[in-house]
Structures are given as structure tokens and as C-alpha cells.
Ligand binder design. Structure first.
Ligand code: SAM
Ligand code: SF4
Length: 322
């Protein structure tokens, strides 16, 4: 089992398969994806070695992310490789949903069982102004299809003062009849979004207070459930979640490691640099990979320093998948 010196266990791998994205979310890639040069993203064969090495060290869940993972033509092969690895029990993906309606059946057939879909507003015009794309209705139809296929669905919305801060009510009305978990994420500062962050960051705490006052109860989390706080209400089909990276003890429940689409291990979303494990992947050397991972984990720090405005080398979250 991968365990660090603070007793945190890592059974969850977040694997970015591309940093390219077709959306222009105002907090992430406001000018769209800027292509610097040709990028040699991890190949399916390298992903196979990677996931197998992690699984032998106790990883049971893989989340595929990006950039926008649905832009990779071999996405279904990647899902299949993860699903056929001994020890991997769950394959999830985080997506902006632009291909959800058309491709969900193929993803499920390949082995996907859970999805996180980013929807920052349920108002089509606001959605388009945040993401640069008029896709909300198709994404909502895609969610219905995913639910009908038995996929577990979470919806991510980044909280922004000047955009969706006042949209708690419409989100709650939607959750009354929709069995998804909606997670409101506090906007995080990255290297590229300083001004936007200063203007738009809002704390999730007042929302937590509102939920508790409105009859929502907080779920007791077990040690392995990660940093989101979740809430349920007997009158609602859906659940609420809050991700508050600026709150005290957020990092104490960290249970994930990240691999960038170029094969670098990131011990934290805001680490200074990625640690290159690609040679082990290219040579399909499972044992070398396991040794390297165990050794590198020794450097994982207790916490990030986001509160102090330290964002490491992370210019935006499309770089390593959020
Ligand atoms: N493109 C996919 C998507 O948007 O779902 C996957 C990659 S995206 C980087 C993963 C998640 O990170 C999304 O839910 C997105 O809203 C969130 N995210 C991106 N930048 C963020 C920021 N600065 N603060 C908080 N969340 C952010
Ligand atoms: Fe693309 Fe996701 Fe970033 Fe939006 S949050 S720009 S969809 S990577």
C-alpha cells in the first residue's frame, strides 16, 4: 500500500491523459488552450504499465482527467486498459461533458462506472459566458442517459462571486429530483488566474451554514473518502458536496496522487514540479515503477500553502487535471 510519513494512504490515482481542452472556462483557460509545441501524451501501452504498477501498490480507483479527456480518440482503449487491470475496481472520469450525450454508451461499454461533469451554472446563458460554449442542454441530456445506464454522477461547479454565487437555489431545485451529487468547489488560485481569483473567490462556509439550517445533514466520512464534505436531505434525490481547499485540515484527508499527461508524478496539485516516471513506463518496467513511486512518496508534504498564495508550478488546472 502507498502510504506517506503522515499516515495518509493513496488508493486513488488521478490520471491526466491530455492537457488540451476545447472549452475556455474563465477560471482555467480564459484564452483557450495555447499550443506551445507538439506534446507526446502517454500512450495506451504506457498507461497499462502505469495502472498495473499502481494497482500492485494498492490503488483501486482510477480517475481519468485532462484537459478534456474526451478529446482523445483512444479514450475507450484507455478505459478498457484500466478496467482490465487486476485490482482496479472503479474507473471514473472528469469531463466538461461536450461528448457525454453521444459517447456515454461507449464509455460504459468500455468499463467506466462513474463520472464527474463540470456544470458551473444551470442557466444556459451564464453557462456559455463561463465556458465559451453553448452546450448546457446537451450535457443535461447526457446526464439523464448516464443515470439510466447506472453510472454514478457527480457534478462539479466552481463557486465565483461575480458569476454563480447566487445560484444555490436553482441548483437545489434541480437536486430535488435528480440523483446526482453536486459539489461546489471553492475557486483556487493558480499561477495564471491571480486577478480573477482575487475578484471571485468566495468561501463555501456560508453555504454549509445555509444547508445545515435548511435541514441538510452532513455525512460522516470514513478515512478513505477524500477531502469533500457531503450532505444529504430526506426530501432530495441528490446530495450536496463542498470542496473547501482553504479550510483547515483540508490536506489531512488527501488520498490521491496525480500523473500528468506527460508521465510526471505530482505529489500535490500545487507541487513545484512533476517527478519524471516516464522512463519506467516506456520500458514497461513494472518493478522499477513501484520502487520509484514508493521512494518519491517520501517527499510528499503535509499540506499545500495556498492560503499564502503559493501555487507551485501550476499555471492552471488543465495542466494536471484538477
Ligand atoms: N476538462 C474537465 C472538466 O472541466 O471537468 C477535466 C479537467 S478540469 C481541470 C477538472 C476540474 O477542475 C473541473 O471540475 C474544473 O471546474 C476544476 N477547476 C479548474 N480550475 C479550477 C480552479 N482554479 N479552482 C477550482 N476548480 C478548478
Ligand atoms: Fe477545460 Fe476543464 Fe479547464 Fe474548463 S475546467 S477550461 S473544461 S480543462
Amino acid at each position: 500500500m502507498l502510504e506517506d510519513k503522515f499516515g495518509r494512504r493513496f488508493h486513488y490515482l488521478r490520471l491526466s491523459i491530455t492537457d488540451v481542452c476545447n472549452f475556455r472556462c474563465n477560471y482555467c483557460l480564459p484564452d483557450g488552450y495555447q499550443c506551445e509545441n507538439d506534446r507526446d501524451f502517454l500512450k495506451v501501452s504506457e498507461i497499462k504499465t502505469l495502472v498495473s504498477g499502481f494497482a500492485k501498490l494498492g490503488t483501486s480507483k482510477v480517475r481519468i482527467t485532462g484537459g478534456e479527456p474526451a478529446l482523445r480518440k483512444d479514450l475507450c482503449d484507455i478505459i478498457k486498459v484500466c478496467a482490465s487491470t487486476a485490482g482496479i475496481e472503479h474507473i471514473a472520469m472528469t469531463t466538461n461533458g461536450f461528448k457525454l450525450e453521444s459517447d456515454i454508451q461507449a464509455w460504459v461499454d468500455a468499463g467506466l462506472d462513474a463520472l464527474n461533469i463540470s456544470i458551473d451554472s444551470l442557466d444556459p446563458r451564464m453557462f456559455a459566458s463561463i465556458t465559451g460554449h453553448n452546450k448546457l442542454e446537451s450535457i443535461l441530456r447526457g446526464i439523464d442517459k448516464a443515470l439510466a445506464l447506472g453510472v454514478r454522477v457527480k457534478v462539479n461547479a466552481v463557486l465565483m462571486k461575480q458569476y454563480n454565487e447566487k445560484e444555490l437555489e436553482p441548483f437545489l431545485a434541480w437536486l430535488k429530483t435528480t440523483p446526482v451529487t453536486l459539489r461546489l468547489i471553492e475557486l483556487m488560485q493558480t499561477g495564471d488566474n491571480n486577478e480573477f481569483f482575487q475578484q471571485n473567490h468566495v468561501s463555501g462556509m456560508p453555504i454549509k451554514d445555509k444547508l445545515l439550517a435548511g435541514g441538510w445533514s452532513q455525512l460522516i466520512r470514513d478515512k478513505s473518502s477524500g477531502p469533500a464534505q457531503e450532505f444529504y436531505h430526506p426530501d432530495f434525490e441528490g446530495r450536496m458536496g463542498l470542496i473547501m481547499p482553504y479550510s483547515k485540515d483540508f490536506c489531512a484527508s488527501c488520498n490521491r496522487l496525480r500523473i500528468s499527461s506527460l508521465g510526471k508524478l505530482h505529489l500535490c496539485l500545487f507541487s513545484e514540479q512533476g517527478l519524471d516516471i516516464r522512463p519506467a513506463l516506456q520500458s514497461a518496467n513494472d518493478e522499477m515503477l513501484q520502487h520509484q513511486l514508493t521512494a518519491l512518496l517520501g517527499d510528499k508534504k503535509a499540506t499545500h500553502w495556498l492560503q499564502e498564495g503559493y501555487t507551485g508550478a501550476t499555471k492552471h488546472l488543465a495542466m494536471i487535471g484538477g
